[in-house]
Every structure is written in C-alpha cells, then in structure tokens.
Write a protein that binds this ligand. Structure first.
Ligand code: ARG
Ligand code: ZN
Length: 879
C-alpha cells in the first residue's frame, strides 16, 4: 500500500505535549507516555484517533487519568485506535513494554555495545510508543529517564537537563530532560550507558554559553577532539554565513558503534556512527578527517534546516537533506580548498547518483510515491538535492540567495514546510519565475545538455547551440525542460578567458559567465572572436547534467592546462582519459590491443612536472592523476557493459603511464615524504593524497620496485593515510609478501574495528577470481559480525564495489549477495535493502551477466516473507 504525495491530509489531531517516563531495562523497558491531544482545528472533526505502532506491546491505557475500558479502544502491535475520542483537549496515557536487547533492526530503542540508544527517523518512534508518527505533528517533550546507576551512569535526552536524582528502586537513578522547542517525534532521542566524554564550550554571537560534550566508549574519548573542533567551527560558520545561532544551553553528541546510517540530528543530542566522530593520527585517514568535519557540520546545521523548520511529510525529505548537504558542502569548501572540494562532490555525485538516475531505482529529488521511506535516503535526495539548491543560488545570485534563506527562516520557523514554500521564498526575493526550476524536484533522470560550436573567422563570431533533453524514467515517459544555470568561458589557445560579447545574452549573463537555459534550446553567438577558442562548458559543474560536446582532444589538452576554472581543468583531463579508455575497451572487446596515446602521456607528464615544481595544489594534482574508475567507464558506456574489458583497458593505460613516467613519479613520491609533525589540515592531506597516487601509478608500471617502495612507505609512515595507501598497493597486487603483510596489519589493529573495516573493504576489492572465496572466509574472521552495519558495509558492500568480481560472468557474485541479503533481511532489513541496491545498474550489463542478475532478483522476488524494505527494492529493480 504505497503512500502518495497527492493524498496528503493534515493530521486530525495535534499532540501539544509529550511526557515520557522511560525506565530502562535490557529486556523489559517500561515506557509511560502521557500525551496532551486536541482535535486539529484545520481538520474536519469527528475522526477516530489512530496512533502508529510497530512491534509494540501494550501494558495499559488511561484517558484523562481513568483506565480505558477495553471496549473503548483497539491495540495491535502496529496501531492504537480510539474510535470515539473526546471532542476537546484530552490526556492519553499509554504504557508499553520494550525489549531493547533483541531489537536488531537498530530502529527505535536498541542496544549498541553496553549502551542504550535510539534512532527514530524516519518511523522509529512508533517502535517506542504509540504516536502520530509523522513530521507535521510538533510537540514539546519532557522526558524522565531511569536506569541502573552502575549500568548507565550517563543519562542523556533532548533539550536541557532539568534535574536528576536517586530513584525509589535501590541502585537506580533518573534524569529529567525538557526540550522547549516544538519538534516532530523523529527528532526524539535518548542515550544511557557507561560512557566517557570530552567537553568544551561555545559562546554564540548573542552571548549564550553552550556546553558541548562528545560521548564515546571509555578509552576512545580523546579521539573525539577533532570532531569537537569541527563542531565549534561549524557553529561559528552558521552564524557568519546564515546568521543562525544555536538555541539551547547544551549540545551533546554520542558516538555509537552500531548505527544504520551516518548520523542523526536529534534536537540537542546528535547520535553518530562512531566512524564519523573518532579520529587520531594513528587510526584515521585524511578522508576520515574530512568526513568527520562534514558530517559533524551536517548534523549541526540540521538544527535550523530540519529541526527548527522541519518537513511537512516525508516526500519533502530533500527540503532538509538536500539543503543541509549543500550547507555542509559550502562549509567544507570554506574550511578547505573550494575547487578540490567541488571535484570530490562531483565525483561522488557521478558515482552514486548518476547510476540511480539511469537505472530502475530512479526517482525524483522530491518523490511522489513510496512504499518504504527508509529506501529514500538516497544519493538523489541528498546529493542531487544539494545540487538543486546550488543551482538556485547561482540563478538568483549570492545576495538574493541569502535574502531568500533569511525569509525562509523567518517565515517557517517552528513549522513543517514544503519544497514549494522553500522555493517560493527565492521567487519572491528575486522576482524570478521559478516554475520551470521546480521541475528539478519533479522529474527523475539526469538531463543531457548538448552543445555544438561553430567559429567563423571572417565574421569573428563563435556560435553555441545548446539543447537539453531528458530520457524517460520509470513512471515518467515524457519530460519537460528545466531551468538551469550554465557557467561557461571561451579559453584562448594562448591561455586566458576571452571577454564575452553577445547580443543574445543579458548584461548580467555576460558579466558573470552564467547563462540561463530555460527552454529546450538556446543559441548564443559571441562576437569579436578572432581565433577559435576552446569552450569551457559547465564550469564548476553548474548543473547536475551530462554533457555532449564537440570539443576536440586538442581542445581538451588546452583546457587541461589553461582553463582558469579549476573544476574544468580537472574535467578536461578526465574527459580526455575517458575518450582514450572508451576506445581501449572497444579495442579489447574486438581482440585488439588498446592504443598508445602520446597526447595523454604528455598531459600526465606535464601534470607530474607541475606538481613536482609546486606549481599546482597537491590535492588538485592527486585528483587529476586519478583515472576515472571502472564504474565511471561503465556508466559512460551505458549498455552492454563488459567489466573485464573495462578493467583490462584501464590496467593497460595505468601501466603505460606508470612506466613512461616512472622516474618522475618516484621522484615525486620521494619529494613528498613529509618530515614535519603530523597535521590533518587540508594542505598536508593534499600532499599525502598526491604521495599515495604517485606510489600507486608508479607501482602500476613498475611492479617490483613499486612494491618495494610500498613496503618502505608502510614501515616508515607515521599516519594511517600513508600506511593504508601503502597497504593498498601491497594487497591489490599479487606478490609473495601479500598475505603476510596483510595479516600483520590486521593483527596490529586487532582492537580497532574502524581500521579493520578499511582492511575488510580492501580485501574485498582485490581484482582476482579468488576474492569471492576470500570474502566468504573473512566472514568468519573474529572481528567480523553480520549484526554490525559498519562491518557488513565494509566487507559485503566493499565486495559489491569490486567491479570485476561482483560482476563475475558466472553470476556467483550476485548469488553471494542474494545469500547475504536474504539472510540479513529478518534481522536488519534497512541494511539488507541498502546492500541490494548494488543491483541498480543490472540492465546495463552485457547479456550473460544481465541474465544472471535478473535471475537473482527474480529468486528474491518470489520469497514469501520479505521485509517491506527489501520487497520494495527488488520490485522496483525488476521494474
Ligand atoms: N537525518 C539523518 C541525516 O542525514 C539520516 C537519518 C536516516 N536514518 C534512517 N534510518 N533512514 O543526517
Ligand atoms: Zn541529514
């Protein structure tokens, strides 16, 4: 029974106040919920009161203090119904009993390690108590938490701590938390356990002192220092960039090791997957540090975009997620290198979101129907949602964007809003018609922008013909053009941008270089163009589209050296490499050897020289030297994909580049050895990233010496980035030392699950036929557990990212995933469903693999007792 956006109705009842009394026990937790309810004046009256539940056990129910007659209500594990509720305001008291120890779904109240914690978004609160579990029901909360003092000396809730004391039962204590801000129940949280913490403080712009704390397992708390610094930076940034201050006296973060997603923005009590909190020089890579900074900021920024203004219904999820991702991306760009950050974002978008848009799971940024909302926490809602906000900012300009955000905060504070209301603020402040822009929210699929160029030397004109199109997606056979900003420049072959002169564009467009495509087509003729320039199109990736252009390889070579736009400088080289690789794949499939491309070899040589001479940012150089991934090439090919041919073409090119530039790469690798004390800052991280890619490329072309270098780097490194970069080469390449070195690494970090996750994922990535057996074997490793989502994502999720081995031509990779998904579904359907999305591109494979993939999906589809989560993914995947 799918839920549809068009069926939205306001709730029949409102719950003004929630009073929870939670008495924690591992297997028999008692929850007494007292709700102050009234009919919604905006709804028609006379309706029954139907509260949501999920696997609940009712103990008792009282109405206005008196026990409810059993005839007067119905309670099942999934619902509590009062057919004839009072007409005015009333108090409903419901007691439920929970067994957190056997809650393996990690939704609702569960145990992580020795602690109690909760996850309520999207629909987990109904696993704690009967409620109107929908985001447009906003209430104030008063929560009393009681627990055994020894088992749980720390008791945390949302809002401010009101009091604490000894409980009546010996050995037990309580804490009372009140949250003055109205919130939907998905933002409820509690945590209780024996936890360590670090603390700090932040003074807001208006002088409110906020006590900050991060709670972790004992012995790990010092590893939360970087997260704490990131939190303070985020708090200061939101004040400066958006004028948003924090609004409570305390802000607590808890790191737990069993968590289905990344983190959760519960009001005043963020709960995190510990991998996005814990870091040290010894244990974390630079990517870990960057992720921590980004996720800490993301959850903090939700306090305004998500919590103060929440979503009317779950169809509006991108209203808080896309916007908050955009905000955290901007924050990271300000903290680090903006172009490098942009390149990483686009790589991520293309890797995770483009395939979603191109396959059977394609859906709108703002979906219109769902059967299981957990399956819509997707790259489309999050990452493409952020791209849409970024386009909005480009279209209206920085000033109007800030004014629109101010209007949004002012107008909808304390409310549950919609995407239309959000975009309406920008239409109003900018005076722009954003109706066609709204199509970004209402149409699935990645638009293709075609651009054709013509230079007329006699007339000194340069003509651009631009067109957009969008292929059908499931349920959307026809599409309409959407408003998009196209940033572009004309790069003179000698370097530098030509001034933009044209009668076909507005002054503002010519001045900013951002041209608005509102219709299916647009022609722009530029004047005073004596020499044919190289077109630098879609600068900064100004719209989430694919581009079909007529640039020559010579143009790409020029752009890769001279484009003033760093994103496009990177893109030009990637495009050049992609063209060469696509021809390589064709050659290999036709039984020929892939070409040797001198221009490409030269471009890489120039890049390595520039990096060695310090002429370019090391982090930028590292991204430029990284070849498109196998999945990137597969996406470009689009249909009848043969992963083995892609692997072979890529390997051959890497080998050639590594051999040709062996000396320069070795020199670069030596030069980048850093004698300074470790620092996780972006500049140092960039040098390490470049050092690792130099090593990888060198080893691809010079295997024996490369492995010797890797062993030295592994031995000498004083940080996890370089250590793991070295281990990666040693594990991915066959050698007699591989197993020994790999085992030694895993023994060294036997007590560090987050490091072992990297190690599990690395093993799962080995591009060899034995890898599937290796992965099966690792499932019995003492550190592996199917009940921990991080372990499962590392090993099993890692394997699904192994392009050749997951897509084995004998279908064994898919059969393995089937076994895992079916086995995991009864205990953790969310994680099972997420793993199964690895099948999202199955239709683009060549026929044999496609056959195996379809058979696998069909075998799952006929199973009688699937969770709604897996059922939904398998059904949509088969289309
Ligand atoms: N709102 C969280 C975030 O993006 C994600 C929570 C999703 N949880 C879930 N079980 N679907 O910050
Ligand atoms: Zn979020």
């Amino acid at each position: 029974q799918p839920v549809r956006l068009v069926d939205y109705r306001v709730p029949d009842f409102l719950i003004d106040e929630v009073d929870l009394d939670v008495s924690l026990d591992r297997t028999a937790t008692r929850v007494v919920s007292t709700l102050i309810i009234r009919p919604n004046p905006a709804a028609s009256d006379g309706a029954a009161l139907t509260l949501d539940g999920d696997e609940l056990t009712l103990v008792s129910a009282h109405l206005d203090g008196a026990p409810l007659d059993p005839e007067a209500f119905q309670a099942t594990p999934a619902q509590f119904v009062l057919p004839n509720p009072p007409r005015g305001r009333f108090t409903l008291t419901i007691e439920t009993r929970l067994d957190p120890a056997s809650n393996t779904k990690l939704m609702g109240l569960y145990r992580s390690g020795s602690a109690y914690c909760t996850q309520c978004e999207a629909e987990g609160f109904r696993r704690i108590t009967y409620f109107l579990d929908r985001p447009d029901v906003l209430s104030t909360y008063r929560v009393r938490i009681e627990a055994d003092r020894e088992e749980a000396p720390v008791l945390l809730g949302n809002g401010n701590l009101e009091g604490k004391g000894e409980a009546e039962t010996a050995g037990r204590h309580w804490a009372l938390w009140t949250d003055p801000h109205k919130k939907p129940c998905y933002l409820f949280a509690l945590v209780a356990g024996d936890l360590a913490h670090i603390s700090d403080a932040f003074v807001t712009a208006s002088g409110r002192k906020v006590d900050l704390a991060i709670f972790t397992e004992h012995g790990r708390e010092e590893r939360a220092r970087y997260a704490m610094e990131a939190l303070k930076r985020a708090m200061a940034w939101d004040e400066k960039a958006y004028g948003r201050e924090y609004d409570l006296d305390v802000f607590n973060i808890v790191a737990v090791s069993d968590f289905n997603m990344g983190a959760m923005e519960n009001k005043g009590l963020n709960v995190f997957n510990d991998k996005y909190v814990l870091a040290s020089q010894e244990t974390a890579t630079d990517d870990d540090y960057a992720n921590i900074e980004g996720v800490i900021a993301h959850e903090y920024f939700h306090n305004w975009t998500g919590n103060r203004i929440t979503c009317r219904d779950w169809f509006q999820l991108c209203l808080k997620e896309g916007l908050t991702v955009f905000r955290d991306q901007e924050f990271s760009a300000d903290m680090r290198s903006r172009p490098v950050k942009r390149i990483s974002e686009v790589r991520g978008l293309r890797a995770a979101q483009f395939p979603e848009d191109a396959g059977p799971l394609a859906h709108n940024v703002r979906p219109e129907v769902y059967s299981e909302i957990s399956n819509f926490y997707t790259a489309t809602v999050y990452q493409k949602g952020a791209e849409v906000v970024r386009m909005l900012k480009r279209l209206v300009g920085d000033e109007a964007f800030r004014a629109g955000m101010d209007a949004y905060f002012h107008r909808y504070d304390g409310q549950a809003a919609t995407v239309e209301q959000f975009v309406g603020c920008f239409a109003e402040v900018s005076g722009r018609d954003l109706d066609r822009f709204m199509r970004w929210y209402r149409q699935a699929g990645t638009p293709k922008v075609t651009v054709r160029t013509a230079h007329d030397p006699a007339a000194r004109t340069y003509r651009l013909e631009i067109a957009q199109s969008l292929a059908p997606t499931p349920g959307q056979p026809t599409k309409l053009p959407a408003t998009m900003p196209l940033a572009l420049g004309l790069v003179d072959p000698e370097g530098g941008d030509l001034p933009l002169v044209s009668a076909d564009a507005s002054e503002a467009e010519l001045a900013s270089g951002v041209f608005v495509l509102d219709d299916a087509e647009r022609v722009i003729v530029f004047r005073d163009v004596a020499r044919r320039p190289a077109l630098s199109f879609l600068r900064g990736f100004s719209a989430p589209v694919t581009v079909d252009d007529d640039l020559t390889e010579q143009d790409l070579a020029v752009l890769s050296r001279h484009d003033p736009d760093h994103f496009n400088r990177w893109q030009a080289l990637q495009s050049l490499v992609t063209r060469v690789l696509l021809r390589g794949v064709k050659a290999i499939r036709a039984g020929r050897a892939p070409e040797r491309n001198a221009a490409l070899v030269a471009a890489f040589g120039a890049l390595i020289d520039d990096a060695r001479a310090g002429r370019i940012d090391p982090a930028f150089a590292a991204l430029s030297l990284a070849l498109p991934t196998e999945a990137d090439i597969a996406r470009e090919i689009g249909e009848n994909v043969d992963p083995d041919a892609i692997y072979a073409a890529r390997k051959s090119l890497r080998g050639a580049l590594g051999r040709k530039h062996g000396d320069a790469l070795a020199d670069l690798h030596d030069w980048l050895a850093d004698a300074r004390p470790f620092s996780p800052d972006a500049e140092s991280a960039g040098r390490r990233a470049l050092r690792n890619i130099a090593l990888a490329l060198y080893a691809d072309g010079n295997i024996i010496d490369g492995l010797a270098r890797a062993h030295r780097q592994l031995r000498d490194a004083d940080n996890m980035t370089e250590r793991f970069g070295a281990l990666t080469q040693i594990v991915l390449k066959p050698s007699s030392a591989r197993e020994h070195t790999s085992d030694a690494f895993s023994r060294r970090y036997a007590m560090e699950p987050l490091i072992l996750d990297k190690w599990f994922a690395l093993q799962a990535h080995i591009p060899e036929r034995e890898t599937l057996d290796r992965v099966r074997g690792l499932m019995s490793h003492r550190a592996f557990s199917m009940s921990n989502p991080n372990r499962v994502r590392a090993l099993i999720g890692g394997f699904t990212g192994n392009h050749t081995q997951f897509n084995r031509p004998d279908g064994e990779g898919y059969a393995f995933l089937e076994e895992i998904v079916v086995g995991l579904d009864p205990t953790n359907p969310q994680v099972a469903a997420r793993l199964l999305t690895a099948m999202r591109s199955w239709r683009s494979l060549e026929e044999i693999r496609r056959g195996h993939a379809e058979a696998m999906l069909r075998r799952i589809a006929v199973l009688p007792s699937l969770s709604p989560d897996v059922r939904d993914i398998v059904t949509r995947s088969l289309g």
